[in-house]
Every structure is written in C-alpha cells, then in structure tokens.
Design a protein around this ligand. Structure first.
Ligand code: NAP
Length: 304
C-alpha cells in the first residue's frame, strides 16, 4: 500500500512512518522539520488546500493517515482559532478530498473527549463531554471527518514513545528527568491507558489492512495512574523511583482542566483485529530496548 502521512514529524507520525516503511510505500508531509528521513517527505504547508490536493492527485496514495494536529492543551486554550483550523477544518478538508478521490482516510483523535465522570472504562458508544478547547476541537474533528467521509476510520489514541524533540511524551518526561536526578510529580488521580507509539502504529496498520471503518479506541489494554506509569518507567530503566512524588493533578499548576478518567475500553478493537491488545509491559520492554539500541538518537538525527 502507499500511505500519505501529514504530521510526519510528530510523535505518532514519525513512528508510524518508521513502522509502515517496513512493508509499505510511505510519503510524509512536513512543514520543514524533517531532513534525511528514511522515507519520502513533501515539505508543504498542510493548510494549503491546493498543494495537498495536488499531492493527492500526483501521489495517488491508497490511504491518508492524518497525524497532524494542535495537540498541546495549553496552546489550544491560547489559540482556539488555530486549534479549530488544525483539529476541525483540516480533517474535514482531508476527509472530503479523500472521499472525492476514492482514497481511504484515517484520522487520529484523543482519549480526552470524555469528562472522566464514569467509574468504568469508556466505550465507543459512550457520549463524549469535552472539558477544554483541545478536546472540544478534537471531538468536532471526529464529527467533521464522518460527516465528510462516512467510510473513514477515527482512532482515539494515547501514546508514549521516542520523539523528534525528545520531550513530546510522558515516557520521555520521566526518563529524561529521572536520568538527571530531578524530582518530579506523578499524578495519582489521573487514570489513563498508555500504549507504546510503535504498538499503536502497528495496530493502525492492521486496521488499514483489515479495511475497518468507524470509531475505535486504540489505547493500552491496562489502565493505570500517571504515578504508577512513572514508577514502571523508573524500574525498567534502573532509575530512582523515590524521585517521583505521588501528587494530585489538582493544584499542580496545570491550568487547563483535565479529565481524571481516561480509561477506554479496547474490546471493539481487539474483536475486530482478531487478537488481544499487546500488554503494557510488552510495550515498556520495547521502549527500553529501543533506548538501548539508540533509537532515540536515530529519530532525532532526522531533524533539521
Ligand atoms: N501524544 C499522545 O499521547 C496523544 C494522546 C491523545 C491523542 N493524540 C493525538 O494523536 C495525534 C498525534 O499526536 P502527536 O502526539 O504525534 O502530536 P505532535 O507530536 O504534536 O505532532 C503533531 C504534528 O502536527 C503538526 N502540526 C502542528 N501544527 C501544525 C501547523 N500549523 N502546520 C503544519 N503542521 C502542524 C506538527 O508539525 P511540527 O512538528 O512542525 O510542529 C506535528 O507533525 C494528534 O491527533 C493528537 O491529538 C496524541
């Protein structure tokens, strides 16, 4: 298959491109951060509709996987117009352009569309109730995607992994700070389902291969709080877990309201891909192996 990936410099976009190029032809779309990536990259403004349409017409991909977004919660609150352009208008436009050309479309959304009031795991059937600009615009992006392209896949994700900037994911946050002997907080009252980004990427590729459509929760099968996640990181990397203080997210100084429960059910996903979702410890072991084998440095060497 030929895959077009806008947002190829991001945590997901880059790792997805790296996973996909093993078996597929990959074309990334980037606004100038990537150099010497091991896959083809179009240096194009993603918001230039004519340029994107011309790439679709010339490259003729089988799938477009939209990994571009304004994914920083604070930036979304500060720039709600930009958040709407990137998180709502862009997926709507891409979904429409793909539908017109018979190109399959996958859009990436977030686990943060729910308010966290449920005491159990959220399923795809549960009604979202976003708490801020980021989650509101991501939900509107899901709706716009399906309204323009009913055959699309929308995947709600939560990932950790190695990124171009070395500071995009919570995994990097704990490893970097603990390696430098710094004290950090780990929130005990935020439950989430982290998945190694490379595992996410491989599942997304399986979903394409199976020609799925509709809304899916593509997160880790194990729910944990962010403190526990930090402790697991410390133990795996041989770092001092005593540097992590268990704290509440309330009063942490984070200004944007966050859900306390980001526990999503992966039942629909595991049923439709036909196997269990890889465990958290499998992903964590791979994250450590990547570290030992120099994968973070390799990723960062693709930067301008
Ligand atoms: N990380 C997580 O755990 C997580 C959790 C829930 C949902 N998600 C969702 O997963 C998807 C991927 O997230 P991520 O963590 O990979 O995000 P990321 O690392 O911030 O990557 C976002 C991508 O979008 C591009 N982008 C942002 N603003 C742009 C602009 N104005 N023009 C052109 N490109 C722009 C970025 O390009 P530059 O590199 O040039 O800025 C980057 O390639 C997003 O839809 C996000 O909402 C992520």
């Amino acid at each position: 298959m030929k895959l077009l990936i806008p947002g190829a410099s991001g945590l997901l976009g880059l790792n997805l491109a790296m996973e996909a190029m093993r078996e597929h032809e990959v074309i990334g779309v980037d606004r100038g951060k990537l150099k010497s990536a091991p896959f083809q990259v179009f240096n194009t403004n993603i918001l230039n509709r004519a340029a994107i349409n011309s790439i679709l017409d010339s490259a003729k991909p089988d799938w477009l996987i939209n990994c571009a977004a304004l994914a920083n919660l604070e930036e979304c609150e500060e720039s709600p117009e930009l958040a709407t352009i990137l998180n709502v208008d862009l997926p709507a436009q891409l979904a429409n352009a793909c539908a017109e050309r018979g190109i399959r479309f996958m859009h990436i959304s977030t686990d943060a569309v729910f308010d966290g009031e449920k005491d159990d795991a959220y399923t795809e059937e549960d009604t979202p109730n976003p708490l801020g600009v980021y989650s509101q615009t991501k939900l509107e992006g899901e709706q716009a995607t399906f309204s323009e392209n009913p055959d699309a896949i929308v995947a709600r994700v939560n990932m950790f992994g190695w990124s171009l900037s070395n500071r995009r994911s919570l995994g990097e946050f704990f490893v970097n700070n603990l390696s430098e002997g710094k004290n950090v907080n780990g929130f005990t009252d935020v439950i989430f389902c982290p998945m190694l980004v490379n595992v996410t990427a491989r599942l997304l590729l399986e979903m394409l291969a199976r020609n799925l459509r509709g809304l899916y929760h593509v997160v880790g099968a194990q729910a944990m709080n962010k403190y526990q996640f930090g402790v697991e990181m410390a133990r795996t990397f041989g770092l001092r877990e005593s540097l992590i203080s268990p704290k509440s997210v309330e009063g942490s100084g984070l200004t944007v309201k966050r859900s306390h429960n980001l526990w999503l059910s992966t039942h629909k996903l595991s049923t439709d891909v036909g196997h269990e979702i890889p465990t958290f410890s499998t992903g964590l072991a791979e994250f450590y192996t990547q570290f030992q084998q120099g994968y973070p440095q390799k990723i960062r060497s693709y930067q301008q």
